[in-house]
Design a protein around this ligand. Structure first.
Ligand code: SAH
Length: 216
C-alpha cells in the first residue's frame, strides 16, 4: 500500500469517528482507500480535510463524514450486491467495494465515469462495474439489489430504484430541495416500504428522468 498520506488519513478517520460514526468496518475501509487519488492533483493536500471538493464537470467529491455516515446507515454486508447512483470521483464506490460482494455504479457524465473506472483499475478493485447512464432508471439487468445508495439530491426516491430493491433491502437517498436535503432510508417490505428521515445534507442535484429535469 502507498504509505503517502497515511498520517492524514488516520487523522481523517479519527475525526469521522469523533463525529459519531462507530461502525468498525466502515472506518477500516476509509483507512484503506487513498482518498487523495480521487481528487484533482493540485488539491491532494486538502484531500483529508472534512469537506467536499470540486472534481470537475461542476460536481464534487462528498465530505468524508457524509460518506462515512451514509455507508454506516446503509448497513452493507459482505455478501451484498449494491447499486450506487452518482459515481462522481468513485471514492464512495471504492468504500462500498471493500464492504460488499459486488458494486454497480452509474454516472451520467461520461468523463467522470471513465476517470472512476481508471481509479478502480489502479487500486485493483475488481468487484466494481461502472457505466454511464441515467441512474434514476436503475440497472434492471443487474437487479435486484440488497442495497441502493444515491449520492445526489432528489425531489423524491425514483420509483424504479424502489422496484429494483430486494425485499428486506435498504435504499438511502438525499431527498428534498435543490439546496438542502435530508438523508432518507427506505426499507422494502413485502408490501410497500417503510421510510425514515434523518439528518440534513447538501448534495448536487440528481438529474434525470425520475429526478430533477435540469442541473440548475
Ligand atoms: N459519491 C460521489 C459523489 C459525487 S456527486 C463522490 O464521493 O465522488 C454526485 C454525482 O451524481 C455527480 O457526479 C453527478 O454527475 C451524478 N449524477 C447526477 N444525476 C445522476 C443520474 N441521474 N445518474 C447518474 N449519476 C448522476
Amino acid at each position: 500500500m502507498n504509505p503517502e498520506f497515511t498520517y492524514q488519513r488516520d487523522r481523517m478517520v479519527r475525526l469521522v469517528e469523533a463525529r459519531g460514526v462507530r461502525d468498525a468496518r466502515v472506518l477500516e475501509a476509509m483507512r484503506a482507500i487513498p482518498r487523495h487519488q480521487f481528487v484533482p492533483e493540485h488539491m491532494r493536500a486538502q484531500a483529508y480535510s472534512d469537506h467536499a471538493l470540486p472534481i470537475g464537470s461542476n460536481q464534487t467529491i462528498s465530505q468524508p463524514y457524509v460518506v462515512a455516515r451514509m455507508t454506516e446507515l446503509l448497513k452493507v454486508e459482505a455478501g451484498h450486491s449494491v447499486l450506487e447512483v452518482g459515481t462522481g470521483s468513485g471514492y464512495q464506490t471504492a468504500i462500498l467495494s471493500k464492504l460488499s460482494k459486488r458494486v454497480f455504479s452509474l454516472e451520467r457524465i461520461s468523463d467522470l465515469a471513465h476517470q472512476a473506472i481508471d481509479r478502480m483499475r489502479q487500486l485493483g478493485l475488481e468487484n466494481v462495474k461502472i457505466q454511464t447512464f441515467d441512474g434514476t432508471v436503475g440497472w434492471s439487468d443487474m437487479a435486484p439489489f440488497d442495497r441502493i445508495l444515491v449520492t445526489a439530491g432528489a425531489p423524491k426516491a425514483p420509483q424504479p430504484l424502489i422496484e429494483q430493491l430486494r425485499v428486506g433491502g435498504l435504499l438511502l437517498i438525499p431527498e428534498g430541495g435543490r439546496q438542502e436535503q435530508r438523508l432518507v432510508v427506505y426499507r422494502k417490505l413485502r408490501h410497500g416500504v417503510r421510510r425514515s428521515v434523518g439528518e440534513p445534507v447538501m448534495f448536487v442535484p440528481l438529474v434525470g428522468r425520475h429526478g430533477w429535469e435540469k442541473e440548475q
